[in-house]
Design a binder for this molecule. Structure first.
Ligand code: GLN
Length: 464
């Protein structure tokens, strides 16, 4: 823990942590040492972790990357973090993120952007190069950008993250780390600040597939406080890591070969396919015909749910209050000053698509598309396919300020390979698969059957 505390202090320029909790870390580490001394201890005893600031931590300010929650000190602990502490993990601090997890670059945070430890071309310092700020500053991806940057720069051994449309897998791909979004319902959402409740899932970002399996096992499990949380037993994911892929059928979806895909990504995808084939998997082409509607449908469903979830930030119940002459003006002032631009945009889109007169034209139609997307996957899995291999992102990491400033849709297009998985509630893992010509990491994504994260760990290990 001490070495990590020092590393975090040295790498403040990355802006990965919004709050460091060194005293807490040392106290938790001391308790772990005692337990280990007694021959006791859990699966994560003494392991120092960073926590995305979307997870409520009791007595430790939890902001969701927003001004409106800058003073919010939760009187409760999220189930996922509680599970980690019960297994002996140590908290180093809270990690930066896009405001309310809305974004793909960690540039919407009220704490400013996170910097990736990776650099382009000759200035690339790679993993472990924390603190080096030369050359173009790249985004670490979002919304779990603090988590990805911290893990890549060795500022923690693993980090919690959340994924509503790609926020674990895309930053993992951008930083050469491993990120899994488990099946919807695998981890409890209790105590995690809600973005879009039917899509949100927690998962780990780690440096290896094995670490991912170990950490997810601790995070997951039934929680009576979240009625959407599954009561299926949590398997020993670590045991699945070395299982191999012999006899597995891996699908390559033709609709993911999108227009304008970079030749580097295509090469990487073909390479990953070959690795799996060489390891004994059977490769088949599959079709997911409704893929092209996923992104527009996601950007209706997610903002709709967000506009409803964010109604609770009224200056009364949580966090910051900006006074006004009467209560209506107090609401207005609080929300005007408390929320950033992207969050306001989502609230406006969400209330629009839910409003009388537009509800059927947008929201209901998006829900129908969601069902069709789900059925696409069911059809493929009914053909005996165990997992699907796709690129994780359409490109490698871009520079800070390079994308989305004039046109937010440019940023949304980043999620083209990841949102389908949330819409269908399926598990998806991003694993590092190589570097592009600029020396930047690229990731591949494996999509699994519901509650079969084990196959993703097995296949992910072959690619890693
Ligand atoms: N980039 C997507 C969005 O902005 C996904 C974010 C997420 O998964 N939390 O909605």
């Amino acid at each position: 823990a001490k070495a990590h505390i020092a590393a975090v202090e040295k790498a403040r320029a990355l802006n990965a942590y919004v709050l460091e909790t060194p005293e807490k870390a040392l106290a938790m580490a001391a308790a772990s040492d005692e337990k280990i001394g007694r021959g006791e201890g859990g699966a994560l005893e003494g392991i120092p972790l960073g926590i995305k600031d979307l997870f409520c931590t009791e007595g430790v300010v939890s902001t969701a990357g927003s001004n409106i929650l800058k003073t919010f000190n939760p009187p409760y602990e999220s189930t996922v973090t509680r599970n980690l502490w019960n297994d002996g993990a140590v908290m180093l601090g809270k990690l930066n993120m896009d405001e309310f997890a809305m974004g793909s670059s960690n540039e919407t945070s009220a704490f400013g952007p996170v910097v990736s430890p990776w650099r382009r071309e000759g200035s690339n310092v790679g993993a472990g190069g924390a603190g080096m700020i030369e050359g173009t500053h790249l985004v670490p991806g979002g919304s779990s950008g603090g988590s990805a940057s911290a893990v890549a720069a060795h500022l923690c051994l693993g980090a919690t993250a959340t994924d509503t449309g790609g926020s674990i897998r895309q930053p993992a791909a951008f930083t050469g780390t491993v990120g899994i979004k488990p099946t919807y319902g695998r981890c409890s959402r209790w105590g995690t600040v809600a973005f879009a409740s039917s899509l949100d899932q927690a998962g780990p970002i780690t440096r290896t597939v094995r670490d991912s399996a170990i950490m997810l096992r601790s995070m997951a499990g039934l929680d009576p406080k979240d009625t959407t949380c599954s009561d299926l037993p949590v398997p020993d994911f670590e045991a699945a890591v070395s299982r191999g892929v012999k006899g597995l059928k891996i699908g390559i979806p033709k609709e993911y070969r999108v227009d304008g895909m970079s030749p580097e990504i295509e090469k990487l995808w073909a390479q990953g396919t070959e690795w799996l084939r060489a390891a004994g998997a059977e490769i088949v082409e599959v079709s997911l015909p409704h893929t092209k509607y996923a992104l527009p449908a996601y950007y209706i469903v997610a903002p709709a749910e967000a506009s409803s979830n964010l109604a609770r930030y009224d200056g009364v119940r949580y966090g910051v209050r900006v006074p006004g002459r009467d209560i209506a003006e107090m609401y207005e002032n609080t929300r005007a000053q408390g929320f950033g631009r992207e969050v306001k945009r989502r609230i406006m889109i969400g209330t629009y698509v839910l409003s009388a007169g537009y509800y059927d034209a947008y929201y209901v139609r998006a829900q129908k598309i969601r069902t069709l997307i789900k059925q696409d996957f069911e059809t493929v899995y009914a053909q005996g396919v165990h997992a699907i291999l796709t690129p994780a992102t359409p490109s490698a990491a871009f520079g800070i300020g390079e994308k989305g400033a004039a046109d937010p849709v440019e940023m949304y297009l980043n999620d083209i390979f990841t949102v389908t998985v949330n819409m269908a509630g399926l598990p998806g893992i991003a694993v590092p698969a190589g570097l592009d010509s600029q020396g930047l990491p690229l990731g591949l994504q494996l999509i699994g059957r519901a509650f079969d994260e084990e196959t993703l760990f097995a296949a992910g290990q072959v690619i890693e």
